[in-house]
Write a new protein. Sequence first.
Length: 269
Amino acid sequence: MTEIFDNIRKLYRFYLPQNELASYIEFISESSAEETFRQVANNPFTVRMFPSWTPTCYINLGDPYQLTVGLTVYQIQKQTDVLILRNSIVERHNLPTDHIFTIKFFPGGLEAILGINQVQFKDQVVPLETILPILLIQRIKQAINFEERVNLIESFFLNQLQGRKKADHYRTMVSNTIGTFGANGMELNTAQLADRMFLTSKTINRYFHRVIGTPPKQYLSMMRVRAALSSYVAHNDRFSPDDFGYYDMSHFYRDVVRFTGQKINERRP
């Protein structure tokens, strides 16, 4: 299964924070045994995910699985829990007994809540106990259901956030720049965004490198193609490249190939 092209979310249960964490955590999810069986029966399967620069925690509640990050393959054991940045293509090779509790942060969210800068984790698979307390991880594993696991991690994050109320200038400016890009049809370049933010292009570049780990041009281009491709897959009959700042369909198609390595017509039934 491939992210965006296939609806990989149908394999999971989701929780979206409705409190202060909503600005920092995209979602919390957990594998659904029923949905996984419905989709793959008793067959091993692979989930392929494209770059997003979103720190993501995987707490393993089931059997071992294999994780490919970039060109490196990792064997994730039953008791192993990890964090990855997702700055490159990631593939998770699962058994039908896949059971994973996932926490996906927005860019900069890890630093806002825990004071840990995500840039250091590029192209790595990081043991989760270096990020979260081992006792918390154990309690999450021992919890009886998804709701209890969500309550445990949400309570911990809210408590951590209360101790970090001071606004982070770098993260705030990056977040506002991303918002400005989205609000203006995803077509402003770095210089134009800098003008809107009353900053220089050099400063915008420095802020993105500091918070996310990549220049604004690369991140915003990724953001645009992810949004455009998701829209195209969902409603290709109503899709307009102009809505996402593309000159024409050829421009959009080229960006999809650059981002996914696949041509859209290769994914058509």
